[in-house]
Design a protein around this ligand. Sequence first.
Ligand code: PEP
Ligand code: MG
Length: 325
Amino acid sequence: LAVRLAELSQLPAETTDGVRIQLNANIEFPHETVACIDRGADGIGLYRTEFLYLSSDDEPSEEDHYQAYSEVVQKMDGRPVVIRTLDLGADKMGRGNMAHRENNPFLGLRSIRLSLRNLDVFRPQLRAVLRAAVHGDVRVMFPLITTINELRQARMLLNVVAEDLQESGLPYRSDLPVGMMVEVPAAVMMLEHFASEVDFFSIGTNDLAQYTLAVDRSNEYVADLYQSSDPAVLRLIQHSIDVAAKSQTPVSVCGEMSSNPGRALLLLGMGVRNLSVPPSALPRVKKVIRNVSIDQCKAIAERVMKLEAARDVDLYLLDRLSDLA
Ligand code: PEP
Ligand code: MG
């Protein structure tokens, strides 16, 4: 089996009818790029930079950010790397001003909201991203965008930082693609407006499910109610994919949903051609992609969109997977 997995890493993530799927990896630490390359990832679809905070006792400096990002970008050797800006707060606590207690942290000062309120922390990160971008194909992505105003503020800050860098004389790039996570239902409902202001979307099914179903994803008492295959969540995902297609905005799915083989097929049937999964899931997702045609995936999606409960969706997907194996 080890040999077969090694062979698989060299083969493209391509369906039986020849449709090439971009299969990227989600990482938290630079050392994970080794596993990504070994397993044949096409790129890094989600680099969760907040882990730089969680692994150190001190506030990371611009240089710390720059070193970590440069290492990832250089190791990925020209493959795309999507660097997501800090997603601290809620379950991922930072330091100093970035650490605080709240009654409803997932509805509170987290993620892009927290970054926009702490520019002394956000600015050095953005500078580091623009500086690391000279080493390869870097794209920057903002998490938890809920309103157009937040997106504009974040983009404006990126421009200000680029101007500062211009004066500093340090090498940097400011023409990199700028994207946003689609993980709040409000953003999904306004997505055509966002489409004209970003270069790409990435659907975060973990948070999208949490905010759609009103279920705290970290609360064990309601864990059984937390289902990314809930039909309501699927409809929001389908709407996002449709808006992306209509506006010709590239879209990927980087939530955990894409690392489940059955759900990955469902996403392909719904129109997604770019998935990002943890490095450990790359072989199994690639394997299932290489075993189906897009027509089969479309038939799966068509049937699933008629179902009324997450349980029915998952049972049906399991059934289809066993037919394919
Ligand atoms: C998501 O919400 O689906 C996502 C990918 O982001 P995170 O899990 O880091 O919140
Ligand atoms: Mg998220």
